[in-house]
Design a protein around this ligand. Sequence first.
Ligand SMILES: Cc1ncc(COP(=O)(O)O)c(C=O)c1O
Length: 372
Amino acid sequence: MKVVQSGVPLSGPYLDEHEEQLVLEVLRSGRLSLGPTIDAFEELVAAKVGAPYAAAVSSGTTGLHLLCISAGISAGDEVITTPYSFAASANCFIYEGGVPVFADIDRATLNMDPAAVEAAVTPRTKAIVAVDIYGYPCELDELRAIAERHGLALIQDSCEALGAEYRGATIGSHGPSAVFAFYPNKQITTGEGGIVTTHSEEEWRLLRSLRNQGRGDSGGWLEHVRLGYNYRLDDVRAALGIGQVEKLDEILALRRDVAARYGELLGDIDGVELPLADDADHRRSWFVYVVLLPSNADRERVIAHFEREGIGYNRYLPSVHLQPYMRERYGFSEGLCPVSEDVSSRSLALPFFTALGRDAQERVAEALTAAL
Ligand SMILES: Cc1ncc(COP(=O)(O)O)c(C=O)c1O
């Protein structure tokens, strides 16, 4: 990842004295882990996304892994997921011996195309891991219908989509269990961290046990009722998270403004495709700002120009099935998911964060225009 210090950085957190104060209080309380701040953070996030239960975890990846365990994914089970994502959305079930089956994406939404998902179902399919890429909600109703028809688990990787809305309701509220992530480039951060939301009390209890070394609800510190993990979030991070969730509405509104300004500044650059606009069913929570360069443009030339100008960027996102370890393990190669591969070759993430100002955005727009 390229983050340029003296120029326009790619991303950055949005924090102030409020978070510092909340973290200080935890430090001074002596309850640094397994304390009450975790519960408070979970309740706050659950209320915010409209899910009855939430379990905080150490990262988005660990949350996804726990949902794969909860879904009973085991060796040889096929799991359908999107190639246009961060590697963790496939890794989470590979940890359990699940076999990745990639369904190509829709060119407009960049999310999995439900028709491709349906076509990928076999008698060995166990689950679907759907991603809300770049905070744009996936086709949840269609994917749910496919999952129900074939008796599959549906896991929602909403790591990039805190606060997004699908068909008028917040992601997390619809029913499928969802994971949100809090790495510092996300809408809100806990440093490292994540949270799983679920509508099942039974699953919630299982998640709390799994993240805590397999300890049971009752029983002692040294009693382990199942194979567990240390996937806990600590109270220091939970305090940071509370301060951030309290700012979430403000953060989402500011990010929406930043995106709208990019829309104005970049709209006239010939051949550059901007992120898909919201519609009645999909309201994006802005995570990154990724444009598609014209197919005849040389992305590396644009990047070289950004480097000279001190402007942050990233090649979001390479297609997961073409990552070196995927080619090696499963023999995947070019042509498996042509839409994803085409988008991967042309996409470029521009600097995007909550406090990004118009002047810096103008510099980015000028640099992009000049490079093309
Ligand atoms: C789509 C997606 N899934 C999973 C993850 C994993 O989250 P984390 O980095 O917190 O483990 C991320 C975060 O980058 C992500 O963007």
